[in-house]
Design a protein around this ligand. Structure first.
Ligand code: CAA
Length: 698
């Protein structure tokens, strides 16, 4: 007998209580327990109704994701769902917390549904590279109609109780202990003589233009297949008898289970949760985080200040002049107005944040009481050191001193203070109140509770925090520099920036590297090239054609011209004809005969460069685990989530294949394509990056 579902009797009503902490996932023993207790209720003389309820914080969060990819075990979830609906007694689902995926499918199989006002329901399987696989695509549209069902299933969004009631997903909203609420509702139904109401017997949903909807959803998902396949499953609900529709749904579900995208998305799901879980931080108490200092009110500083204000922290922002202070305040006000417009904060909170929680000052003395201060000033070591000298003089003992530098040496910054143990890097991504990634850069002398404080701040701001060691560019920007170079080399050799951008967008990136350069500003790359020029290795290939454009004052989107030409009022740009002329001139100068590249080769070289540098970053301990790199690329660099990240992508391709390609490319450019020692080692041992993730979690 499974102990995951408890059976109890309350007069005429039996309660099946699912108890599988933390979120009542539907693991095999829960499914078995549900079947057993359903049979028990049916056999229990006098029982007229059954209430299904979850213990703890949720009704049911869905199928047990840990079982995916393994041999499926009986009883299967669709059979459990159909058994619930077929019960000759009235079945009520009483829902609280979340009812997601298989959890909602269980509820949809009950004859009636009641939910707490705070409850949320949804079918988030598309976020795992799947579709609902236990009758959800067949039952939901029979309640909501085709269009609403397609919206809920293809977005995987969580629907709040009030909307769920409106959509017909639930029958009633009622507050109180979920078991008591379920019992009361079941009693009312019995008292009123209500009949069983199987959703499968309701009319099938209406037909729509299925092909057009399929294409539209595929396009929106930028290559992600599961949402589009969900449309086909709903189509089956409209066109086939219920049982046949269930079979069609199951087939699509099982096919998707075999895909790389499913593997990638489930890797992303678990990595997102594992990334902030560092063994060295277990039991370490972070320092207090009530008031935050921010130095510099430019785009980055204002974004950081906004993020902290939205997390209900007090912020003291330092700017150098009246004018700069005014501009900083305006930037923050603009950010907060955006949050108000999107419904993230109330008008009252918005006003309080601006007038009470934010102080803009021109004196460092205003920082004497803050708990943590983040500088976001100009990226120049001498400027950073000057700021840290001032902070060292005014900040209270124990105050965490953080730099938002994106590549400078945090050890050197720390050494310029009398308290290097309090110094850390907190590398935000712009716009800082929107982007989810935070690299927590741990310097040689950073105290462990300061690291814990960095993570605690990130968590409070709703960020995905990744621990990084000190090196030029930390995890993300260091890897970016290398794969960006690989793209540059391909341009010199004959691929156009526009072909490269398109090939990578087709692969699933939000934007191609050249469009990103235009967005970030070409002057940034130009300055970096100048900075690095004296230290270049003689064999390093550095394209300079784009410097000619910069010399003419064209810096990308902000000046209206870069790789692309941007017209006011129009979204996106069109290829700049000047670029190919400049490239041609450089090719002639270097004696290069351009050749054709297939899109496949472009993606392969780009990805191999990314994976190779990432393996160096992990091998050197800059990132602790491959999954840390995956999360940096996913949350900071627009990497397609359905590939799980570059390391997961590499595992799926097979590390021996990746290494063989890198060694092949090295025949043309041995300096650039030096295989990472870690990659060679894993191939020699027949292991994967994911094996390293598993080792780290032991
Ligand atoms: N299966 C297995 N474990 C799960 C799980 C699931 N469905 N959902 C959550 N967990 C685990 C998490 O991995 C985490 O474990 P650790 O503590 O070991 O890291 C723990 O439960 C708590 O989860 P969170 O940290 O995410 O807690 P939260 O309160 O922030 O969020 C949640 C809770 C909203 C349920 C969120 O975990 C979530 O969205 N879960 C996934 C829900 C989902 O996708 N369900 C559909 C499953 S697929 C399906 O059901 C297919 C089908 O039709 C057959």
């Amino acid at each position: 007998m499974s102990d995951k579902v408890a059976y109890s009797r309350h007069g005429d009503i039996a309660v099946l209580r699912i108890q599988n902490p933390p979120v009542n996932a539907l693991s095999q023993d829960v499914r078995a327990g549900l079947l057993q207790t359903l049979m028990q209720a049916e056999a229990d003389e006098g029982v007229k109704a059954v209430v299904i309820v979850g213990e703890g914080r949720a009704f049911i969060a869905g199928a047990d994701i840990k079982e995916f990819g393994k041999q499926p075990l009986e009883p299967y979830l669709p059979d459990v769902c159909n058994r619930i609906e077929a019960l000759p007694l009235i079945v009520v689902a009483s829902m609280h917390g979340v009812s997601l995926g298989g959890g909602l499918e269980i509820a949809l199989s009950a004859h009636y549904r009641v939910a707490q006002p705070s409850a949320r329901v949804g079918l988030p399987e598309v976020h795992l590279g799947l579709i609902p696989g236990a009758t959800g695509t067949q039952r939901l549209p029979r309640l909501t109609g085709t269009e609403k069902a397609i919206d809920v299933i293809t977005t995987g969004r969580q629907v709040k109780a009030a909307e769920a009631l409106e959509l017909g997903i639930i029958d009633k909203v009622s507050e109180g202990d979920p078991e008591a609420v379920g019992l009361a509702y079941a009693q009312d139904l019995l008292d009123s003589g209500a009949a069983r109401r199987p959703v499968s017997e309701l009319d099938p949903p209406a037909a729509i233009d299925w092909d057009a909807t399929y294409e539209a959803v595929l396009k929106k998902g930028r290559g992600q297949i599961s949402p589009a396949e969900a449309v086909r499953a709903v189509q089956a609900a409209a066109e086939l008898p219920f049982d046949e529709g269930v079979k069609a749904e199951r087939k699509i579900f099982m096919d998707l289970m075999q895909t790389d995208q499913r593997q990638g998305m489930i890797h992303a799901f678990f990595s997102e949760r594992a990334v902030g879980n560092l063994p060295e931080l277990k039991g370490v108490e972070p320092r207090t985080l009530q008031s935050i200092g921010v130095i510099g009110g430019g785009t980055m500083g204002a974004g950081i200040a906004t993020a902290c204000l939205l997390a209900e922290m007090n912020v003291v922002l330092i700017e150098m002049s009246d004018e700069a202070a005014k501009a900083a305040k305006e930037r923050i006000a603009g950010n907060l107005a955006g949050a108000l417009k999107r419904g993230k904060i109330s008008q009252e909170k918005h006003d309080n944040l601006l007038t009470i929680a934010l102080e803009v000052s021109q004196s460092y003395d205003s920082l004497k009481d803050v708990d943590l201060v983040i500088e976001a000033v100009f990226e120049e070591m001498s400027v950073k050191k000057e700021v840290f000298g001032k902070l060292d003089a005014v900040c209270k003992p124990g105050c965490v001193l953080a730099s938002n530098t994106s590549y400078l040496d945090v050890d050197e910054i720390a050494a310029s203070t009398t308290r290097p143990e309090d110094v850390i890097g907190l590398h935000f991504f712009s716009p800082a109140h929107v982007m989810k990634l935070l690299e927590v850069v741990v310097a040689d002398k950073t105290a462990i509770d300061v690291v814990a404080t960095g993570f605690a701040l990130g968590k409070a701001l709703g960020k995905i925090c990744v621990r990084a060691g000190v090196c030029d560019g930390f995890i993300g920007n260091r890897i970016l520099a290398v794969y960006r170079d690989a793209a540059g080399h391909m341009v010199l050799d004959g691929a156009s920036p526009f072909q490269i951008d398109k090939a990578l967008v087709d692969f699933g990136f939000a934007m191609g590297p050249f469009a990103v350069s235009d967005l970030a500003g070409l002057d940034i790359g130009w300055a970096t090239r100048k900075r690095k020029a004296p230290h270049r290795h003689p064999e390093e290939r550095v394209p300079t054609y784009i410097d000619r454009l910069c010399e003419q004052g064209h810096f990308g989107q902000k000046t209206g011209e870069g790789y692309y030409v941007y017209e006011k009022g129009k979204r996106g740009g069109t290829p700049n004809p000047k670029i190919m002329e400049l490239v041609k001139a450089e090719q002639q100068e270097l004696g290069i005969t351009p050749r054709d590249f297939s899109d496949e080769e472009i993606v392969r070289r780009y990805m191999c460069a990314m994976v190779n540098e990432a393996a160096k970053v992990v091998g050197e301990g800059i990132a602790k685990r491959p999954l840390d790199v995956d999360m940096v690329l996913l949350f900071g660099y627009g990497f397609p989530r359905y590939w799980g990240g570059p390391m997961k992508w590499a595992d799926i391709q097979g590390l021996p294949n990746i290494l063989a390609d890198i060694e092949g490319y090295a025949k043309e450019d041995a300096w650039f394509w030096q295989p990472a020692p870690l990659l060679k080692q894993l191939v020699a041992e027949g292991r994967t990056f994911d094996d390293l993730n598993k080792d780290a979690s032991k």
